[in-house]
Design a protein around this ligand. Structure first.
Ligand code: NAD
Length: 474
């Protein structure tokens, strides 16, 4: 099987090839035909030529196509979920959830587009009005990571198309298949050729070529903070707009009065979601000293009960990590944490199953003296660091000391304390006393080195537009 770029509504042969490796076996299962400068240029030109036609459709017509895309994704959901599960390594049920949630994001932006409007301020001038118009920004470059290929894709492509922009997407080099399948389904649903194009390849070749191309007016990127900073610097050259959804290192503060035994299944799920390859997952658990030992015993018990296995087996809770590089990085980070003074309470590289896939077990570290650097690093694997605290201010200070500011979690029965912590925690999203799905109606994004701009909601849609002020005398 060879995956090829998708440009102007058809497959295009690549300029070079590389193998795709199955995370659960370590074996090659497909090939990718990658894009260099020529194909990237072809995709950008296709998107540029399609832009005038797409932007001049009525918003209702664009919304009709987006709803048809959502239906088409749902009708192809089983195949999409299998592709996603295999290329990422995530259990089939989680892959299916991701596919259905991507479809609902297309539906949501079909509606949200019709709520977008400009303004006419009440200036009170005689025979004069100022019209504040909104226009689509133009060609959009969407670069996505391997961990949630379709959630991240839909959060970019659906609002871009809804606003009247055309798109060139570059999925992660390890996970091209599900994104290509969405493009095919979108074409079947009636999306005109050139409106949504895909270039395949890695960051250094294809990604850089796309970012440096003069045509895109906006680069919307989800990935690591290091690459996000590089993209922001490259975009400065042509003053392109950037939306950056970057790394996370999310704290949860569990106070002594929280019903932590009832909460434990939610906490455990949020620590290890997607085998820990999830930017919003809990990676630091600040736990009140009075409940620490009982909390740790239960956390370890529930962590060790999770079943590691191949993504296609129904009994699997955690699949493998996506690739060998991530596995090596997680192993190194845990070893360094232990050398830095953290106690390995459960899991770790020593109990890694002896299989050829990239498996790593749920791992609990305890950093009693806040001596280990791991609490401020992003660990993209199933590793949680437990840090005891005496008073909530102490937990807050350490939680905010991280360079990241994506999300946080607060658990206490004292709502006044919770609201005080909400006001002080430097993050873009906070869950208080319960962890539930993020909704398309709610802005999504981080502070500090976790990102710039917001996705989802009306705010996320506005990122794909420019304002134009018209001074009108009559
Ligand atoms: P990554 O930054 O290595 O790669 C992400 C994408 O960028 C891939 O498509 C890659 O090919 C491309 N890329 C790499 N170098 C590039 C370059 N120089 N120019 C242009 N493109 C380039 O990230 P990753 O390791 O694949 O993904 C994990 C990261 O993504 C984590 O840091 C995670 O926190 C973050 N993430 C953030 C969110 C969020 O919403 N904030 C969501 C998912 C993932």
């Amino acid at each position: 099987m060879v995956h090829r770029c998708w440009i102007n509504g058809e497959e295009r042969e690549g300029e070079w090839r590389y193998p795709l490796v199955d995370p659960s076996t370590g074996e090659v299962f497909a090939e990718v035909a990658g894009a260099g400068m020529d194909l990237v240029h072809g995709a950008m030109e296709g998107a540029g030529k399609a832009f005038p036609g797409w932007r001049s459709l009525s918003v209702h017509e664009r919304a009709r196509v987006l709803r048809a895309v959502a239906r088409s994704i749902r009708s192809g959901a089983d195949r999409l979920a299998r592709l996603l599960s295999r290329e990422v390594g995530k259990p089939l049920s989680s892959a299916l959830d991701e596919v259905l949630s991507a479809a609902s994001v297309f539906d949501y932006f079909a509606e949200e587009a019709s709520r977008m409007s400009g303004r006419i301020p009440l200036l009170g001038m005689d025979r004069e009005h100022v019209l504040i118009l909104r226009e689509p920004i133009g060609v959009v470059l969407a670069i996505t990571p391997f961990n949630y290929p379709l959630s991240t894709l839909s959060a970019k492509v659906a609002p871009a198309l809804a606003a009247g922009c055309t798109v060139v997407a570059k999925p992660d080099e390890h996970t091209p298949a599900s994104t290509l399948e969405v493009a095919r389904l979108a074409a079947q649903a009636g999306l005109p050729p050139g409106v949504f194009n895909i270039v395949l390849g890695d960051g250094p070749v294809t990604g850089r070529a796309a970012v440096s191309h003069p045509l895109p007016r906006l680069v919307t990127f989800t990935g690591s903070t290091t690459v996000g900073k590089e993209i922001q610097r490259a975009c400065a050259d042509r003053v392109k707009r950037v939306v950056l959804e970057l790394g996370g290192n999310c704290p949860a503060i569990v106070c002594g009065d929280a019903p932590w035994r009832d909460l434990m299944p939610q906490l455990v799920a949020q620590c290890y979601k997607n085998s820990g390859q999830y930017c919003y997952r809990i990676s630091r658990l600040y736990v009140a000293g009075g409940i620490l030992e009982a909390f740790l015993d239960e956390l370890v018990r529930q962590s060790e009960a999770l079943r590691l296995g191949p993504p296609h087996e129904a009994t699997t809770d955690l699949g493998p990590l996506n690739n060998a590089e991530i596995l090596t990085r997680v192993e190194r980070q845990v070893q360094e944490a232990v050398s830095g003074g953290a106690e390995l309470r459960s899991g770790g590289g020593g109990v890694r199953p002896r299989t050829p896939g990239f498996y790593y077990p749920p791992t609990v570290l305890v950093d009693r003296h806040r001596s280990s650097g791991i609490r401020f690093e992003e660990v993209f694997g199933p590793v949680v660091v437990v840090i005891p605290f005496d008073g909530p201010e102490e937990a807050l200070e350490d939680a905010n000391a991280s360079p990241y500011g994506l999300a946080g979690y607060i658990f206490t029965r004292d709502l006044a304390l919770a609201l005080h912590l909400v006001g002080k925690l430097e993050v873009g999203s906070i869950w208080v006393n319960r962890i539930h799905q993020a909704y398309p109606e709610v802005p999504f994004g981080g502070m500090k080195e976790s990102g710039l701009g917001r996705e989802k909601s009306g705010y996320g849609l506005e990122e794909f537009t420019e304002l134009k002020s018209v001074y009108l005398s009559y």
